[in-house]
Design a binder for this molecule. Structure first.
Ligand SMILES: *[C@@H]1O[C@H](CO)[C@@H](O)[C@H](O)[C@H]1NC(C)=O
Ligand SMILES: *[C@@H]1O[C@H](CO)[C@@H](O)[C@H](O)[C@H]1NC(C)=O
Ligand SMILES: *[C@@H]1O[C@H](CO)[C@@H](O)[C@H](O)[C@H]1NC(C)=O
Ligand SMILES: *[C@@H]1O[C@H](CO)[C@@H](O)[C@H](O)[C@H]1NC(C)=O
Ligand SMILES: *[C@@H]1O[C@H](CO)[C@@H](O)[C@H](O)[C@H]1NC(C)=O
Ligand SMILES: *[C@@H]1O[C@H](CO)[C@@H](O)[C@H](O)[C@H]1NC(C)=O
Ligand SMILES: *[C@@H]1O[C@H](CO)[C@@H](O)[C@H](O)[C@H]1NC(C)=O
Ligand SMILES: *[C@@H]1O[C@H](CO)[C@@H](O)[C@H](O)[C@H]1NC(C)=O
Length: 639
């Protein structure tokens, strides 16, 4: 370089210094940390003149088509190379020669259809490789050779049907994560995952395993356990995952799987998270998940699961999260969730539930969230949440619930967020407890509206004052209709099993047809009838005149309800008669024994006459015994 003047000489020296220290190719940015970025620069070839100390090279979003042999041999320190979103269709043999320091390589979203064999051999330090979004028809066996440090491999979003040859991942002993997501894979041949002993995460989601092939329903028959003679191609074979002893996460959502069984999951003994959402599973059979007892999370949502066999969730006593949203379960059988002792969250939204078995959730002490929204549930049994103190969220919106039983949350510690929107709630005295419970135990109620009674229609349940919840008289408990009394008893009590709010007035009709109400007394023979403060009818000095039908009629401003009860006066042997009978029986048995003994003595001597001394056996009538239906109550309230 010609540098005539002094100032120019200084300038020239400075310029050559800058050029020699960091020559940067045109249309690229070189930063002091040895990172060169030529992203989105309309490049059609790999730029030349890269600083030989480059550590990171980004060439994304260009039009590069070919990687030539020795393309990077002068930047041997390179640790990260990204040529994503170009038009790469060819990678020449020896393209990666000398790249023994490369740690990460991204070639995703190109047009690559295949690789020369041994292409990855120089990349002995590679830990991450992304080849997704290309056009491989096949991943040949042993393509990756030995890449002992490779931990993550992404082969997803392939744009043509992908077939993976047996042992394609053979040398990848440290591979931890493999994605084959959305790669148009129809089948997996035996040995596909051989050698992946340390694989932790496998994403096979959004493939097309259930696609009927030219061989019809083969895949389906194999999964059902009926061994097909042509097992191999076009099938998701039994034990396909058997080598993946370390796998913790398997994503097979949206794979058009028609069925699953225990054999499919054979060997997945470390599995913790299994995603099977959005398949075509219409049922699950007993013990399906028994190969994977460490499962913590199971997603089965979006499958038309009409037939979940009792025992489907056997062995899953570590399961914490179960998603059965958007299924067609309809009814749960009581024992379905029995083994799921560690359940924390269960989702059954949009699952067509009409009836949920009473003991489905009982004694699940870790359960914190239950989603039963958008179903056809009408009623929850009062025992449903026994032994589930931790429930903090209960979603019941959009069902057919009219009432909830009062002690439903007896075991729930609170606070509880309760959703009841979209139910035809009857806001009467049987629902007034909810606001009170939430006030006492904490939590929230969503803005659910009352459907009935008409006076409260459209009002928020939690905005209604306690004294506006009314009930016309209704039967509180089912009690027997027939009562036995004994003549001579001092007193006998009949309870009117009717409640209501405001509290109804009770009137009793006695067998003679007369009506008596609170604080009136009716006398008969030697006894009398009286209605207690708590509306029970007390009868004093029972005689047979008491026998007959009693009616209790409850009335409040909203209506009335009557219940008929029958009293039968039954004669029971009195105590001295019982004693007399007992004595008689004892005497009779005594005599019989005497007779037998007397006849037995001669018999010992004369065997031939043995038959003659047999006596018929006598039995005691078990019916003898004191019967007493008399309730001996506290007498303070008596006349
Ligand atoms: C790339 O080329 C297009 C069109 O040829 C042009 O509009 C764009 O500015 C170019 N980008 C760069 C970074 O040179
Ligand atoms: C990098 O290039 C410079 C000159 O451009 C040279 O002096 C140096 O030795 C080279 N380093 C390596 C490791 O090749
Ligand atoms: C499983 O795959 C589906 C579909 O590709 C994806 O949406 C989901 O996020 C994946 N789940 C996990 C946990 O990776
Ligand atoms: C189940 O579905 C409901 C309503 O669609 C949604 O709010 C909830 O998050 C879903 N649960 C899971 C675990 O996906
Ligand atoms: C829950 O525990 C109670 C009391 O131990 C028991 O009576 C009940 O049967 C249990 N329910 C289930 C479903 O195990
Ligand atoms: C509630 O469940 C218990 C136990 O399963 C059962 O005995 C009772 O009849 C059920 N009650 C109602 C109202 O269904
Ligand atoms: C209940 O809802 C409140 C307010 O919406 C929220 O802060 C709280 O975290 C919720 N609790 C649970 C257990 O979801
Ligand atoms: C009514 O009250 C009396 C005592 O005053 C009591 O013995 C009786 O059990 C009560 N009956 C009912 C049904 O509560």
């Amino acid at each position: 370089m010609d540098c005539p003047s002094r100032s120019l000489i200084i300038g020239c020296i400075f310029f050559s210094f800058v050029v020699s220290v960091s020559p940067c190719p045109p249309r690229c940015r070189c930063d002091p940390n040895q990172k060169v970025s030529c992203t989105g620069s309309n490049l059609t070839t790999i730029p030349s003149g890269l600083p030989n100390t480059t550590l990171v090279l980004h060439l994304d979003r260009n039009g590069i088509e070919i990687i030539r042999q020795n393309a990077f041999s002068n930047i041997q320190y390179l640790e990260e190379l990204s040529i994503a979103q170009n038009r790469l269709y060819e990678i020449e043999s020896g393209a990666f020669t000398g790249m023994s320091n490369l740690d990460k390589l991204f070639l995703n979203d190109n047009l690559i259809t295949g690789f020369p064999s041994g292409i990855f051999a120089p990349l002995i330090k590679l830990t991450e490789l992304n080849l997704g979004g290309n056009r491989f028809p096949v991943i040949p066996g042993n393509l990756f050779g030995s890449m002992p440090l490779l931990g993550r491999l992404f082969l997803g979003s392939n744009e043509v049907d992908l077939f993976i040859e047996s042992q394609a991942f053979g040398g990848l002993v440290n591979l931890a994560e493999l994605s084959l997501r959305s790669s148009r894979i129809k089948s997996l041949s035996p040995g596909t995952f051989q050698g992946l002993n340390n694989l932790l995460i496998l994403d096979l989601s959004m493939n097309i395993f259930g696609t009927p092939t030219r061989d019809g329903a083969k895949a389906i028959s194999s999964l059902k356990g009926t061994q097909h003679p042509n097992a191999g191609l076009n099938e998701l074979g039994e034990g396909i995952f058997a080598d993946l002893k370390s796998l913790t996460d398997l994503n097979m959502s949206s794979c058009t799987l028609p069925t699953i069984n225990k054999e499919l999951f054979r060997g997945l003994t470390s599995l913790q998270h299994l995603y099977l959402s959005g398949n075509k599973l219409d049922g699950i059979v007993e013990n399906t998940f028994c190969e994977s007892p460490k499962l913590v999370l199971l997603e089965l949502d979006g499958n038309p699961l009409e037939n979940i066999e009792v025992g489907s969730f056997n062995c899953l006593n570590q399961l914490g999260y179960l998603n059965l949203n958007h299924t067609r379960i309809g009814r749960t059988k009581g024992t379905l969730f029995r083994e799921l002792h560690q359940l924390v969250v269960v989702s059954l939204s949009h699952s067509g539930l009409e009836k949920i078995a009473d003991d489905s959730f009982q004694n699940k002490s870790r359960l914190t969230r239950i989603d039963l929204s958008d179903n056809d549930i009408e009623w929850l049994n009062a025992s449903m949440f026994y032994g589930t103190p931790q429930i903090g969220t209960l979603r019941l919106q959009n069902n057919q619930i009219r009432r909830l039983p009062e002690n439903l949350f007896a075991d729930v510690a609170g606070p509880l967020n309760l959703s009841l929107k979209g139910n035809p709630l009857v806001c009467d005295c049987q629902l007034d407890w909810i606001s009170g419970w939430l006030l006492k135990n904490g939590g929230n109620l969503d803005k659910c509206l009352c459907d009935q009674p008409s006076a409260l229609h459209g009002l928020h349940l939690d905005s209604i004052p306690y004294d506006r919840f009314h009930c016309k008289p209704y039967i509180v408990t089912d009690i027997p209709q027939i009562y036995n009394a004994t003549p001579g008893d001092k007193r006998f009590e009949l309870v009117c099993p009717v409640g209501g709010k405001p509290p109804p007035t009770i009137t009793w009709t006695i067998p003679s047809g007369e009506k008596i109400s609170k604080n009136t007394v009716h006398e008969y023979e030697n006894g009398l009838y009286r209605v207690r403060e708590n509306d029970s009818l007390v009868i004093r000095e029972i005689t047979s005149a008491v026998q007959g039908w009693f009616t209790c009629e409850a009335t409040n401003i909203l209506g009335h309800k009557s219940v008929d009860l029958e009293v039968k006066v039954v004669h029971v042997p009195s105590n001295w008669m019982v004693a007399f009978l007992v004595v008689m029986i004892v005497l009779f048995i005594g005599c019989a024994v005497c007779l037998v003994v007397t006849f037995l003595k001669p018999c010992r001597r004369r065997r031939r006459r043995r038959e003659l001394i047999r006596t018929p056996a006598r039995r005691v009538d078990p019916r003898y015994g004191p019967l007493s239906p008399i309730a001996e109550g506290n007498e303070t309230d008596e006349l």
